[in-house]
Design a protein around this ligand. Sequence first.
Ligand SMILES: [Zn+2]
Length: 330
Amino acid sequence: MVALLAICGLFGLNQAAENASADIININFVGGSDMDGRYAPIALMAGQWWNDQIAGWNRNLPGPVLDRLKKIDVDVIVQNIDGVGGILGGANATDFLTYRGPSKYGQTIVLSQGGEFTGDAEDFEVMSNLDILAVMVHEIGHVIGYVIPEIAEPMALTDPDIDNGSPGIVSPRALAAYREATNNPFATFATLEKLGGGGTAGVHPDSLDPAYLDIPIPGTNRTSDDIMIGFFGGVNFFDEILLSKTMLEFAHDMGFVTWVSGELFFEPTGGDGRIGGRRRGRNGPKNPGPPPGGGFLRSQGGISSVPEPSSMVLIGIVGVCGLGLYRRRK
Ligand SMILES: [Zn+2]
């Protein structure tokens, strides 16, 4: 109940923020189960979470790309996937802008222009609003490009076999951040997930790599794991939904500008975009189809953190989801 109230309060604030700025991500709630209208506002808030990280596209993208860019449309579906536990959601980008030619981003640029994510209705029914929000944030991350091969491979952001035959991130800014996070200036790649099979391995940050785990939350004595990790064990507070520095910098390698970076960005407004300023940040209906193929978020189970007094609901959820797939984080 506490978590639910917190979500409602934050949602009000974020709606105000949404009206105050043009956002790069559009959320469309297109179908499936919508228990008492519960999921649509959470999906909007998940989109807003990303809009609070990403300011727009980098104005150094080639002119023909900037001319054609539009906002990223994210279609949201909530329907049964595999019962309680197991897969919580799936997502993929399905609409791309591709450009070939010399540029500051190499010879080939592929940018997400939209996609869809499916949340598992049976999991959502027993999850808190805060956990659903976290799952939706994760899935929208895939739609904008984390770390899907359709974008990462042609842009050479990943090397498909650099990690003993598994993919790793080699893009410049993410790798620099990873070297800093691991205190290893000689790292040749940032790790990606090796577990979980197709749809999980290779498209998430490595759930066993400390670079993505136990990230200090500013202003608190708490930590949280990167939201793009492919296994989910629940969150207790809104600020536990966060990106590691490596994943935040990966956004830049994908052609975005984040609010944190203070770089000049390009803000598409539909047909004709406009160049945004240097701003400082804070630290049509479809029929629901089968879950998309790329990027599953699986329940983690076995979460070992000491429960907060307000997280009674979450404890129950973790217990249920934990039946799906038990993993140890560390
Ligand atoms: Zn995922």
